[in-house]
Design a protein around this ligand. Structure first.
Ligand code: KIV
Length: 245
């Protein structure tokens, strides 16, 4: 798609019906993201998500047998060493993931190579790394400082050379995200990084307004899922009460 100049639309999914619906809507790339922790499991951030949590949700999503490429996040602390990365990526593949995504730059090259050697596809993730949110004390935009800019460009090239098939760029300043996208052959999938990327990914709950308690500033919800759910439930409740009275 990058070669053809077609933008890649990607979304997160965590269960069977959503996967089926997103696939019917022709979304070509689906990710069982560890955002699962916040929008489904009720944790404050992604650092609480376990490999077993992701496996469980990948199995549910994979039962929809999507035509889309279905991937999964390796969760926090599940890829500390190359060996651990390969074993845990294989567990996600056995659950139905066709690729795994991991967060980090050059320090992740041994893990990326080990997963590729195990015969699995890898997607990189640079910029703001949600699994480091506690260390970093918040979700900060990356690429504003020259040092960050240089490191992002170098890391993207190193990851692409190592063999990742794509790189998620999260909260990277738009000019830097555009520069990276022009420099590497594999697609960049942006989230909060401007429109100069080769594609865009969003957390589906943010797009459809299903998680109204926290909305990233770069998302413009296209539906009021939470409002519609509540209004349907309230309407139904009234019909129940009518029957009773
Ligand atoms: O966990 C997630 O949802 C992600 C994003 C890139 C969408 O990693």
């Amino acid at each position: 798609m990058k070669t053809r100049g077609e933008q890649i639309a990607a979304l997160t999914t965590y269960d069977f019906p959503t996967t089926k619906l997103l696939d019917e809507a022709d979304i070509p790339l689906l990710l069982v993201g560890d955002s699962l922790g916040m929008v489904v499991l009720g944790y404050p951030d992604t650092t609480h998500v376990t490999l077993a949590d992701v496996e469980h949700h990948v199995r549910a999503a994979a039962r929809a047998k999507p035509r889309a490429l279905l991937g999964a996040d390796l969760p926090f602390k599940s890829y500390e060493t190359a060996g651990e990365a390969a074993v845990n990526a294989s567990r996600l593949a056995a659950a139905g993931a066709e690729f795994v995504k991991l967060e980090g730059g050059r320090e992740m090259l041994p893990q990326i190579r080990a997963i590729l050697d195990a015969g699995l596809d890898v997607c990189g993730h640079l910029g703001m790394l949600p699994q480091s949110v506690l260390e970093e004390g918040g979700y900060h935009v990356k690429g504003k400082k020259e040092e960050e800019h240089r490191k992002l460009i170098e890391d993207a090239a190193l990851l692409a050379d190592a063999g990742v098939f794509g790189i998620v760029l999260e909260l990277v300043t738009p000019p830097v995200a555009k520069e990276i996208s022009g420099k590497i052959a594999v697609p960049t999938i942006g989230i909060g990084s401007g429109d100069g990327c080769d594609g865009q990914i969003l957390v589906t709950h943010d797009l459809i307004g299903m998680f109204p308690w926290f909305r990233p500033r770069f998302v413009q919800p296209l539906a009021d899922g939470a409002g519609q759910l509540k209004s349907a439930v309230e309407k139904w409740k009234k019909t129940v009460q009518k029957v009773k009275n």
